[in-house]
Design a protein around this ligand. Structure first.
Ligand code: ADP
Length: 167
């Protein structure tokens, strides 16, 4: 099973696809979204503008433009409102949507940021559990896929490590 935790900037990775923690407009934002748009260049925004936005819990794919990655999968995670707004199911759906797109586009290596764990305020422990659960499930069927969990904060990499060691 190939899940690797790495620390650093997702925009620098040489993988087939990186995932963006986008918002519903798909027109850029702060956090990892801003970093990806800056690194990929203005053609990315031009393509995103043709996509008509994206629902929460879903994902859409674009080219990677100036990134080393061939594709960017723009996933819209839920904002955490306390847990009674279907947030956990929406985050699960979001990871699943990315993995389905990766399969459709024959992606062999994919890197995820911690979707919803920044300005969307999802509790880190829960978000990391969901990510690992959905990814492990998917890897049972897609044995050749390599998944990188990219962490920009120590707290997230520590949480992922603990969960992976436990299971
Ligand atoms: P969201 O709005 O989905 O919460 P954020 O971009 O605010 O998205 O945060 C998601 C996670 O991405 C956070 O853990 C944040 O630290 C991390 N992050 C921010 N910039 C980068 C980057 N360049 N590479 C990887 N992860 C990043």
């Amino acid at each position: 099973m190939s899940i690797e935790i790495i620390n650093g900037d997702i925009t620098a990775l040489e993988v087939d696809a990186i995932v963006n923690a986008a918002n519903r407009s798909l027109c850029g934002g702060g956090g990892v979204d801003g970093a990806i748009h800056r690194a990929a260049g203005p053609e990315l925004l031009a393509e995103c503008r043709t996509l008509g936005g994206c629902d929460t819990g879903a994902a859409k794919i674009t080219q990677g433009y100036q990134l080393a990655a061939k594709y960017i999968i723009h996933a819209v995670g839920p904002v955490w409102y306390g847990g009674n707004k279907n947030e956990e199911e929406l985050l699960r759906a979001c990871y699943r949507a990315c993995l389905e797109l990766a399969k459709d586009y024959q992606v062999e290596t994919i890197a995820f940021p911690a979707i919803s764990c920044g300005s969307y305020r999802f509790p880190i422990e829960k978000a990391c559990e969901i990510a690992i659960e959905v990814i492990k499930d998917h890897l049972l069927e897609e044995r050749n896929l390599k998944v990188l969990l990219v962490c920009f904060e120590d707290k997230i990499s520590r949480t992922y490590s603990r969960i992976l060691d436990k299971k």
